[in-house]
Design a protein around this ligand. Sequence first.
Ligand SMILES: Nc1nc2c(ncn2[C@@H]2O[C@H](COP(=O)(O)OP(=O)(O)OP(=O)(O)O)[C@@H](O)[C@H]2O)c(=O)[nH]1
Ligand SMILES: [Mg+2]
Length: 303
Amino acid sequence: MTDAIRHAHSPFLSGFIAIVGPPNAGKSTLLNRLLGTKVAIVSPKPQTTRNRIMGIYHAKDFQMVFIDTPGIHHTQTLLHKSMVASAKEAFFEVDIVMVVIEMSRYDTPEIQLILKHLKDIHKPRLLMINKIDKGRKMELLPIIDFYQKQGLFENIIPISALNGDGTAQIIRELKKRLSPGPAFFPEDMKTDQSDPFLIAEIIREKIYIHTKKEIPYSSAVVVDRLTENPNKILLSVSARIFVESDSQKAIVIGHGGKMIRAIGRAARLELEKIFGVHIFLDLTVKVEKNWGKDTKALRRLGY
Ligand SMILES: Nc1nc2c(ncn2[C@@H]2O[C@H](COP(=O)(O)OP(=O)(O)OP(=O)(O)O)[C@@H](O)[C@H]2O)c(=O)[nH]1
Ligand SMILES: [Mg+2]
């Protein structure tokens, strides 16, 4: 059989795949690594991702639509409840569930919670043991054995989302489990996020990286205005950073505006790379008391 005939006989494959796991396991890093481009923000602090983020992998004969989700954990606050709910919903919306855990935290109450939910989801499930670059090979075998005995997963793949180890195997294993179906999204589409949302996320990532303690968790970002100049070489962005108190506002602005300038500069540099144009970024900080505890405010801020 020639290649052309074989190709004509094999149908196009597609499917939706959820990336779920405890906070900080490396889910968003993995999504970016699989796509070869940044669509989801990443930080060393847990609870970075707050919304479901779609990332689309295009190939000649298949399409994979990944759904990155907020880390699932035991939670009390309203914001975190909404985050965890959106992660759990993803279980029902997809064809395949990919669970990402950290090698050094392979059996935690959070993972138990996820496995409990997974038991009722009758779909192919794969387990990624991430951050193997930080651990020792001999420590890996007992972990694989531990999960094989539980029999919940069709496949267990040790990976490093950071350096790409194991990611080719992930694509191979996922491809085996796709079904004949259409390409759901056009080839030039990498994510479902709008430009204003993606820009707000990049700013939020810089807040996570530059500030400490409760500040990242008390911050939300909304892009109010986005204007492209006529020759498309400059994008002007006005965004507001919401915090929950005056003292937080003072910290985000910093002494003589030092902190807000650092956040703005880091965001601008990254946005210029993503959009390939000069960016003018105007950031203001607003206090919205206890937005994280107010359903209406949460909705207004996109959660
Ligand atoms: N050493 C190492 N670090 C990793 C790896 N994957 C992710 N990280 C780091 O782990 C931290 C968390 O990564 P994220 O991708 O934001 O994790 P997440 O699971 O999306 O976290 P939430 O969105 O908060 O649930 C970041 O500092 C990453 O650089 C890996 O394979 N090896
Ligand atoms: Mg994430």
